[in-house]
Design a protein. Structure first.
Length: 176
């Protein structure tokens, strides 16, 4: 069994940080994600970088510039990049079996979008029996019609608070 949690960085793709329509708090979020990634690497934690694969006309069609991981979060040798087609990373990638093979029992989750892939992948991790640390300030989304992006992210944190450890990015420990 691995005593280090795996770091799941979900959908931190170029299109999410597009200056024309970035997610809420994009510059600060990107810096928090970069710091988390560097700390996970330094601790020797398994790193999984996840990309959403959209359909025709979406900003994240495979092979397009928007689909690529943000350059400041580029994978290093040995880090897995998983391309998913569902909001729940566990449902459309081999992530579950790869975590089992590594003996990983806990995960740290951060990325985009709060109400979609972060929420659903967190629920997928819980359903698979993993302990989850959700980085409370490590996920974001876009403003919606009825609430702001910050309100949406806070609602996701509140919904999951009883089932996960909610930890601010600067307090996340990867062991080591």
């Amino acid at each position: 069994m691995s005593t280090r949690p795996a770091f799941l960085l979900i959908d931190a793709q170029v299109n999410m940080f597009d200056p024309a329509s970035p997610v809420n708090d994009s510059a600060a979020l990107l810096e928090r994600l970069r710091s988390l990634l560097e700390r996970a690497r330094a601790a020797g934690a398994p790193v999984f970088l996840v990309r959403n694969t959209g359909g025709e006309g979406d900003p994240d069609v495979p092979g397009t510039p928007g689909w690529e991981l943000h350059p400041s979060l580029a994978p290093r040798a040995g880090e897995r990049v998983l391309d998913k087609t569902t909001c729940d990373t566990f449902a459309s990638t081999p992530l579950g079996s790869e975590l089992v093979a590594l003996g990983v029992t806990s995960v740290v989750i951060a990325g985009l979008q709060s109400e979609w892939c972060i929420r659903e992948s967190t629920l997928g991790a819980l359903a698979a029996g993993h302990a989850v640390t959700l980085v409370s300030d490590g996920h974001s989304t876009y403003d919606g019609k009825t609430r702001t992006a910050a309100e949406t992210s806070a609602a996701v944190n509140a919904e999951l608070a009883a089932r996960v450890a909610l930890v601010a990015a600067d307090q996340v420990a990867f062991g080591g």
